[in-house]
Design a protein around this ligand. Structure first.
Ligand code: ADP
Length: 183
């Protein structure tokens, strides 16, 4: 699925994010930037040790924030390591922190003058965020960013979902949000 929001193309697809040829891919990282399982493990495996070396130098990143490193051996030039919240029932600041992880990533991409960036579904794996809720927050953050940054360098934002089910959830959520924000 593809829609236009301001000057940004927003694409939802299924795939392995490590294969994406966007200027940057986003990693669902942890606060210690320590590497782990899921998409984080896949990115470090495919990108090689240079990414972890730069993460070590940076040290850490607060939940809701993002930092940038080389893409190492990946097709993408950069990896943006975004830290989403661990889901603890939704009564805390999870929604705000998840939104902030997306916005911090987009601000960093814009600061580096990147034209394209690919996101995984942050926090919906090991961190347990229900995917429907998370998809609405993620897509709304991107819509808001594109609408409030008409001068952004970003021309294309991709969601690369690992499973067909996750892709369908994101498409359904985008359709719901677009009903409220017709183009
Ligand atoms: P978190 O700890 O933020 O929940 P995970 O890596 O456990 O991060 O999961 C985030 C999402 O990334 C999950 O939906 C998972 O299916 C997905 N994922 C795992 N590997 C890949 C990959 N290679 N490309 C894209 N998405 C992936």
């Amino acid at each position: 699925m593809e829609v236009k929001i301001g000057k940004c193309r927003l694409i939802i697809k299924q795939g392995d994010i490590t294969k994406e040829d966007t200027d940057a891919i986003v990693n669902a990282a942890n606060t210690r930037l320590a590497g782990g399982g899921g998409v984080d493990g896949a990115i470090h495996r495919a990108g090689g040790p240079e990414i972890a070396e730069q993460c070590r130098k940076i040290g850490s990143c607060p939940t809701g924030g993002a930092v940038i490193t080389t893409g190492g051996l990946l097709p993408a030039k950069y990896v943006i390591h975004a830290v989403g919240p661990i889901y603890r029932g939704g009564k805390g600041k999870e929604a705000e922190l998840l939104r902030s992880a997306y916005l911090s990533s987009l601000e960093l991409a814009d600061k580096y003058n990147l034209r394209s960036v690919a996101f995984p579904s942050i926090s919906t794996g090991a961190y347990g965020y229900p995917i429907k809720e998370a998809s609405l927050i993620a897509l709304q953050a991107i819509i808001d960013f594109c609408q409030s940054h008409p001068q952004t360098s970003l021309e294309e934002i991709r969601f690369v979902l690992f499973t067909p089910h996750d892709k369908e959830v994101y498409i359904q959520s985008l359709e719901e949000l677009m009903e409220n924000f017709p183009q």
